[in-house]
Design a protein around this ligand. Structure first.
Ligand code: IPD
Ligand code: CA
Length: 268
């Protein structure tokens, strides 16, 4: 049985509370698909509401910590404190908007730029992924590990496909996709970077790569992968910073193979 620290309990309480609202709102989205106006404004209000709940809960429990949030920006930690929450209240907004039951709340805690705790919660499947630095990674109460597959041809990989308005180089991405799809068992695009990383941590995906991400998409997820025994770097195999935008995560056997494919595709 996994023992959650006081810190993880704070994070779990906050995500649970935000999840209640999101689940209720997700139920409404289906009705709104067929309405003339569509669900867009409703979904952006749901996102903002979830962010408010998280901000309130996290600030109440740890008033000194700073906050880096997708919708409302950044507030610095109080003097003497070097910790900041990194929060995505609704990762997978497009899925949510289309009534696809695959989205998450992601909360990471960074200390001097290093992620030391992370929670990714999928309210529809009631799957809570969590990790604290040095303590392993968990799905609900079960310890998780990255997969042990060793050959690219057996591997299943996740990525993010560029879309209208995203700052990614489409031509380069298509080369990357071609390289990975021709060498592996398959590539998935599920639209939730935090869950893609959580799934690498749980051994469901063998690896993940994406460009154009922001800290709130991946802060919690990168700790999950590392604490589950996997490797996370930028696309060149260098270290990942919260200011970075590109990630490559995989189990230790496939990380090199995946980075090689991506590097070659970038050069081609
Ligand atoms: C997005 C998702 C998606 C990724 C995008 C992100 P959002 O976050 O994580 O998987 O491909 O780059 O922006 O907008 O749904 O919070
Ligand atoms: Ca996001």
């Amino acid at each position: 049985m996994a023992v959650r620290s006081a810190l993880i309990n704070v994070m779990v309480r906050a995500v649970n509370q935000a999840a209640r609202g999101l689940k209720r709102d997700f139920g409404e989205v289906e009705n709104l698909q067929v309405s003339k106006k569509g669900p867009a404004d409703f979904v952006s209000a749901a996102d903002t509401k979830a962010e408010e709940v998280l901000r309130k809960e996290l600030a109440r429990a740890r008033p000194d910590y700073g906050l880096i949030m997708e919708e409302s920006g950044r507030s610095e930690p109080k003097p003497g404190c070097e910790r900041s929450w990194v929060v995505d209240p609704l990762d997978g907004t497009t899925n949510f908007l289309h009534g696809l039951p695959h989205f998450a709340i992601s909360v990471g805690l960074a200390e001097r730029g290093e992620v030391i705790a992370g929670v990714v919660y999928d309210p529809i499947k009631d799957e809570l992924f969590w990790a604290e630095k040095g303590g392993g990674a968990f799905l609900n109460d079960r310890r998780i590990r990255v997969s042990s597959r060793r050959s690219m041809s057996d591997g299943l990989f996740a990525t993010g496909i560029p879309f209208l308005g995203s700052k990614k180089n489409d031509a380069v991405f298509l080369r990357e996709l071609k390289a990975v799809m021709q060498s592996s068992s398959g590539v998935r695009r599920w639209g939730v970077a935090s869950l893609d990383l959580a799934y690498v941590a749980a051994g469901r995906f063998d690896g993940f790569w994406e460009q154009g991400l922001s800290a709130w998409d991946f802060a919690a997820g990168i700790l999950l992968v590392r604490e589950a025994g996997g490797l996370v770097t930028d696309l060149e195999g260098g270290s990942v910073s919260l200011d970075g935008h590109a990630l490559l995560a995989a189990n230790e056997h496939l990380h090199r193979g995946l980075s090689k494919l991506i590097a070659e595709a970038q050069k081609a």
